[in-house]
Ligand binder design. Structure first.
Ligand SMILES: C[S@@+](CC[C@H](N)C(=O)[O-])C[C@H]1O[C@@H](n2cnc3c(N)ncnc32)[C@H](O)[C@@H]1O
Length: 254
């Protein structure tokens, strides 16, 4: 797995801000993750906190499924929040960094976050604070990407001396973090999904258009072009290039 590089939160926030208009077109995987997350919720919540709401796909699913609940949805990219407001009403939106939120103890009976916690700089501390904000029967549900995500890209970049800038935690590590936060009934599930793109350039364009970065290390002239050439050569299966996503689904309760 790639070495841990310090997260540049401002750069992440800027990328998502720029991606807000195109995000819905390129977030097929993230939509499936949000749908799976909602299916896993067991109790009928009255007060929901959503973290990293993006353009509001999960927010809208929650609003529809729990019409009587209050929903607070947070994202640090104002353009994402503006999009989400167009999609769903009767939600309290907040532009803020998840890791700087002031969280009231035992305030929510459901806290959710889909395809976002991989961007946290301090997941252990943040999960601990979220756990403290769940009420006594509260549930926390998260989806994220595991370390096998984009292993094909890691392989070609690794050969060229590049490391991906994002270190993705395995499901086991998330389980440990949830247990360390004092949570119970922990469930962690990981599965690999393979997607096909016409070629490596189309894949990288899609990653970029959904706000994620792929390799801040690619600075040497020609490195990216060579990575793309190797990817197309090695992972083309006759119809397109394959791309692996490892999807991690987590839930826990107080
Ligand atoms: C991949 S998108 C997922 C959006 C949405 N949950 C979905 O499934 O479509 C990640 C979102 O999290 C937001 N985000 C990432 N780190 C954040 C942080 N520390 N605080 C607040 N928002 C954050 C980004 O701005 C982006 O909108």
């Amino acid at each position: 797995m790639a070495a841990v590089l310090a997260l540049d939160k401002q750069a992440i926030q800027r990328r998502f801000e720029r991606a807000a208009d195109a995000y819905d077109t390129f977030s097929v995987v993230q939509r499936a993750m949000a749908e799976e997350l909602v299916e896993g919720v067991e109790r009928e919540p009255l007060s929901i906190l959503e973290l990293g709401c993006g353009t509001g796909y999960l927010t809208a699913l929650l609003r529809k499924r729990y019409p009587g609940a209050t929903i607070e949805a947070v994202d640090f990219a104002p353009a994402m929040i503006a999009r989400a407001r167009e999609h769903v009403s009767d939600v309290r939106f907040l532009v803020a960094d998840i890791e700087e939120l002031e969280l009231e103890p035992e305030r929510y009976d459901l806290i959710v976050s889909s395809a976002t916690v991989q961007w946290l700089a301090e997941p252990e501390q943040t999960v601990g604070r979220l756990a403290g904000s769940l009420d006594r029967r509260g549930e926390l549900h998260l989806t994220t990407f595991g370390p096998r995500t984009f292993w094909e890209l890691d392989e070609v970049l690794g050969e060229l001396g590049c490391e991906r800038g994002l270190s993705l935690l395995p499901a086991k590590k998330w389980e440990t973090l949830l247990a360390g936060a004092g949570l119970h009934r922990i469930r962690a599930h990981s599965c690999e999904e393979r997607f096909s793109y016409p070629d490596c350039v189309a894949f990288l364009r899609s990653v970029k258009s959904s706000g994620a970065g792929y390799a801040p290390c690619v600075t040497a002239p020609g490195t990216l072009a060579e990575a793309i050439r190797r990817y197309d050569e090695r992972f083309y299966d006759g119809a397109g290039v394959t791309v692996t996503y490892e999807i991690v689904t987590l839930s826990a309760g107080r």
